[in-house]
Design a protein around this ligand. Structure first.
Ligand SMILES: [Zn+2]
Length: 373
């Protein structure tokens, strides 16, 4: 990944090494901070990885001939395989896909969370920190589940970095309490540490209308930082927004012509912004960013009853889910299970196949049509 060493070439090898080590230990510290009760176990597990990372980072630097007497100018030109354009990093797939569609031809766009990884349990590597230290723009959600990223951002040595928080670009709503959901008590967990305060629902990108606002805003940000390509950014954004607008129209039509206006998710429910756009009601097993892996028999029973009573033909699961709860509701009721993609992240295979937000939402439209009829 050319982004890693672009600005870390040997011209200033010693201070650069110091920065790298500082970052690695800071990263170790951050991982520790995030992990609370399991800090020590986690740290022990992370150490070999961090040491390996340190070695991997040091090798290219020494191999590149630090201190071999070459003039610094040469080193600077050696790093010129870096693109002229912006270095853009997005935390998760939806904004990554928007950014690469808008700017991918002339910018280096990368995603922080690797494909196939559950975004809520993601931990950054030292390389991620280095990448963020070289970036021009960092796009992340700005919600409860990535609040720890603020600490990472605060620790960066990159004053020129432009931060874009998705939740600041559109109006947000609070997470609603789910009807019929009886939460399991987690063993050893302190009762309601966070109190009963409702949290902001952070899944703003699941609304096709919000997506268009986000796309326009990203195009403006990129244009402001790189005026030479402003026309290209705006044209690409317009084309993407035309597709998103057409999809929104299709969703509206599907809901308007549907037999029912209720969806059931045997899974987490990060789709509040999506259903709100079309006036759909919903039932689900977990709130949007829940880290719980199991639900109570009472919740399952409630969802089974709901599916039976309302004769609901489809129980949805979301991407990268084990589908266990959706399947058990489906088996109990004779409904079928279908995927509704919340576009947090995509699988490795989908990433390699170049799957886009628009394609995932088109598949969602097809499945929604089945579920509502
Ligand atoms: Zn989430």
């Amino acid at each position: 990944m050319s982004g890693l060493f672009v600005r870390g070439s040997c011209g200033s090898s010693h201070s650069e090494l110091r920065v790298l080590f500082t970052n690695i230990f800071r990263d170790t510290f951050l991982i520790g901070v995030r992990m609370n009760n399991t800090t020590l176990t986690k740290l022990t597990r992370q150490l070999p990885r961090l040491l390996l990372a340190a070695l991997l980072i040091l090798l290219p630097l020494t191999a590149a001939g630090c201190g071999d007497g070459r003039p610094p100018e040469q080193d600077t030109s050696a790093a010129s395989d870096s693109p002229e354009g912006l270095v853009i990093v997005a935390s998760i797939f939806a904004p990554y896909d928007f950014a690469r569609t808008i700017a991918g031809e002339v910018a280096e766009v990368s995603m922080l969370v690797p494909p196939g990884v559950e975004t809520h349990s993601f931990e950054p590597s030292p390389q991620d920190i280095i990448l963020l230290n070289t970036a021009d723009v960092f796009i992340y959600v700005g919600g409860e589940s990535d609040a720890w990223l603020e600490k990472v951002v605060a620790s960066l040595d990159n004053p020129g970095l432009t931060l874009v928080r998705l939740t600041e670009l559109v109006a947000t709503v609070e997470e609603e309490e789910l009807e019929g959901v009886v939460e399991l008590e987690e063993p050893g967990e302190e009762a309601d540490e966070d109190g009963l305060e409702p949290e902001m629902d952070e899944h703003v990108w699941t609304s096709l209308r919000n997506a268009q606002t986000i796309v326009s805003s990203l195009a403006d940000t990129f244009s402001g930082l790189d005026a030479g390509h402003a026309e290209l950014y705006q044209a690409n954004a317009q084309q993407l927004n035309d597709e998103l607008g057409a999809l929104d129209t299709r969703m509206t039509e599907i809901v308007k012509n549907a037999q029912r206006k209720t969806v059931v998710f045997g899974d987490r429910f990060p789709l509040r912004y999506f259903v709100d756009d079309y006036g759909l009601s919903y039932y689900a097993a977990f709130p949007g960013c829940s880290t719980a892996v199991d639900t109570s028999p009472a919740t399952i029973a409630f969802l089974v009853d709901t599916v039976r009573e309302q004769d609901i033909p489809v129980v949805f699961y979301i991407e990268l889910s084990d589908q266990r709860i959706a399947r058990s509701i489906a088996e109990e009721t004779g409904a079928q299970t279908l995927l509704f993609h919340s576009v947090h992240n995509i699988s490795k295979e989908d990433m390699e196949a170049g799957v886009s937000y628009v394609e995932l939402m088109r598949a969602n439209a097809d499945n929604l049509e089945v579920a509502l009829n």
